[in-house]
Design a protein around this ligand. Structure first.
Ligand code: FES
Length: 101
């Protein structure tokens, strides 16, 4: 169990997940196609994409099941009092996470 919430930070689409294993910050966009992972299903520290069902490890970003093969971006996160602080490299803020190939 757990839940995900989406945020827009400049051009970055960010997801924060709260699971029994803690909080995780990742790109909110699946690495397979454009889909919001925050709408997916959480199981432990795994998120399952709501469109085609690929699972990603929220700790590493690794794609664990097909059809996705590329990882999702994972961002460093820490809890400071009541705040969740996410470290986002400048590149992501100006260009977003997904790059067209
Ligand atoms: S869009 Fe996420 S697995 Fe296809």
């Amino acid at each position: 169990m757990g839940q995900g919430k989406s945020f827009k930070v400049d051009k970055l689409e960010l997801a924060i997940f709260h699971t029994e294993d803690g909080y995780f910050a990742t790109s909110n966009i699946c690495s397979h196609e454009y889909e919001h992972l925050s709408d997916g299903w959480l199981e432990g520290s795994l998120i399952e994409c709501p469109r085609h069902g690929s699972q990603f490890d929220l700790k590493t970003g690794e794609a664990l099941t097909l059809p996705a093969t590329d990882p999702i971006e994972v961002f460093e996160l820490k809890i400071e009092g009541d705040d969740i602080v996410v470290s986002i490299p400048e590149d992501y803020l100006t260009s977003g996470v997904r790059k067209e190939s």
